[in-house]
Design a protein around this ligand. Structure first.
Ligand code: FES
Length: 146
């Protein structure tokens, strides 16, 4: 399919915009400073914290945040296990999943968990991190997917 663009100027911290590209849900999420600070603290609990499996993102997406701008995360919203749609639980708080929960995505089908960079936790069925689709910024507030 053709590339699509999104105006993210009204996207607020903690909010998610959902688009469709090539029949897949695309999530654009604005992350808070607290969420960004929590991400590196999770590395020891993740399967691929530095996202070294190159099938999961374009080459220009590297490191723990997995994004072009630190605060803006762009992900394909499909679980890498069997393709269910994970739920976003962006809050940093002990409930509802476990005391170490620091915000992320929870797949209701078989309980896979991902952090707010889409990085998969150890010990869950999903084998890899959520996919980051090809994207770039056309200007400060316009993202092009595809
Ligand atoms: Fe998400 Fe199985 S489809 S855990």
């Amino acid at each position: 399919g053709a590339p699509i663009s999104a105006d993210i100027s009204a996207l607020e911290e903690g909010q998610r915009m959902i688009l469709e590209w090539r029949g897949q849900p695309i999530w654009i999420v604005k992350r808070s400073k607290a969420i960004l600070a929590a991400l590196p603290t999770l590395d020891a609990h993740l399967r691929d914290p530095k996202s070294e499996n190159k099938d999961q993102q374009p080459a220009y997406i590297t490191g723990e945040l997995r994004s072009i701008k630190p605060e803006v995360s762009v992900l394909v919203g499909l679980c890498t296990h069997l393709g269910c749609s994970p739920e976003m639980k962006a809050e940093i708080r002990p409930e509802p999943f476990d005391e170490n929960w620091k915000g992320g995505y929870f797949c209701p089908c078989h309980k896979s968990r991902f952090d707010m960079a889409g990085r998969v936790f150890q010990g869950v069925p999903a084998p890899t991190n959520l996919v980051v689709p090809p994207h770039h910024y056309e200007n400060d507030t316009t993202i092009v997917i595809g």
